[in-house]
Design a binder for this molecule. Structure first.
Ligand SMILES: *Cc1c(COP(=O)(O)O)cnc(C)c1O
Length: 341
């Protein structure tokens, strides 16, 4: 294993040895290539650069107590990338191509998968871009799938810590029938003004409402929203939120642990009736929400007592990471154990 200060890794980019690449040319995907370059060479008129023809994914590899490397629901990421690719007219990588490429890049960089004790993990970033030149608005006919990895520190350095978020009404992240349901970089560019404003006001994230009525909760910009009430896990149903794999898994886990699950519209007013609220995604699994501020209406919805996560969020979180790190049996078959070569 490489010698890194595992316990103090930031949540940022650290160079590793290899990335993998696959080119789509003349109507077909080529062989998976191994690269040790951090650069991409492409035409200056590439559609990814001009028209945002770009899809990405994010997942992690975890080293268990037994020393084995685990991937979490990698086929789900493959399917989601295929959906995104289909929507923005990128060439679609098959599930096999995607999964094999993820396995390969992790195996090649196995020495960068942090040790169990550190609480750190290996972040995996697949990127799919249109690389062919176009000046008119048209899909590229050449594409590149590239996957790199980078070790990242535990999201919560001081344990599971609740965040403050703010409702945003001045800008929208995604339109009701736009690209909110697919994982494209453009959604993130569109969210930068609101995120910057929120950060300047001291909030960790923005809570977006549905763009049409500004009445229902969509998501937190980089993470889905959920709430807990009467032993029920409640999460929004909307055409403009990204289907989070963490959220999908938490719904399954909640049901498995004897809770009810509701996926439906959630109005802002309903926030006052929830016992707990959280944001969920690969990066942190669950970020418990301390409070949601609605500045326009001078309202604050408070969830945490003494700045501590609620018991249900705590239980879901511990069970979830227990499965990811192989400490708790995996009744769902979510985990793939990777062979180390
Ligand atoms: C990736 C992403 C999430 C989280 O999805 P996971 O699969 O749980 O990591 C949530 N919202 C948006 C907008 C995203 O891009």
């Amino acid at each position: 294993m490489i010698n890194l200060d595992w316990k103090n890794l930031p949540f940022g980019y650290v160079k590793t040895k290899y990335n993998v690449r696959c080119y789509y040319r003349n109507g077909a995907w080529g062989e998976l290539e191994i690269s040790s370059s951090e650069d991409i060479n492409m035409h200056m008129a590439a559609t990814a650069l001009h028209y945002g023809q770009e899809a990405f994914e994010g997942l992690k590899a975890y080293r268990g107590k037994d020393g084995k490397i685990r991937l979490f629901r990698v086929e789900e990421n493959a399917n989601r990338m295929a959906n995104t690719a289909a929507y923005i007219r990128l060439a679609i990588p098959t599930v096999d191509l995607f999964v094999n490429a993820v396995k390969k890049v992790v195996q090649l960089n196995a020495e960068y998968v942090p040790p169990f004790e550190s609480g750190a993990s290996l972040y995996i970033r697949p990127l799919l871009i249109g690389t062919g030149p176009q000046v008119g608005v048209k899909s590229s006919d050449e594409f590149l799938l590239i996957i790199f990895v980078t070790p990242v520190g535990p999201y919560y350095k001081k344990g599971f810590s609740p965040i403050d978020i703010v409702i945003e009404r001045d800008t929208d992240r995604a339109a009701p029938l736009g690209t909110g349901h697919v994982k494209v970089g453009g959604n993130y560019a569109a969210s930068l003004p609101a995120q910057e404003k929120a950060h300047n006001l001291g909030y960790a994230a923005v809570l977006y409402l549905d763009a049409r009525e500004k009445k229902y909760i969509d998501e937190a910009g980089t993470a889905n929203f959920f709430a807990i009430k009467n032993n029920t896990y409640i999460t929004p149903d909307s055409t403009s939120i990204l289907p989070s794999i963490t959220n999908k898994s938490l719904m399954q886990l909640a049901e498995y642990l004897g809770m009810k699950v509701e996926r439906r519209k959630i109005s802002v007013d309903e926030l006052s009736s929830f016992e707990e609220a959280g944001a969920c995604g690969t990066a942190a699994v669950i970020s418990p929400i301390n409070k949601v501020d609605d500045r326009e209406n001078k309202k604050t919805y408070q969830f945490c007592k003494d700045c501590k996560a609620g018991p249900v969020s705590q239980k879901l979180y511990e069970h979830f990471i227990g499965i990811q790190y192989g400490e708790i049996p995996d009744p769902f078959n979510w985990v793939t154990i990777l062979e180390e070569k």
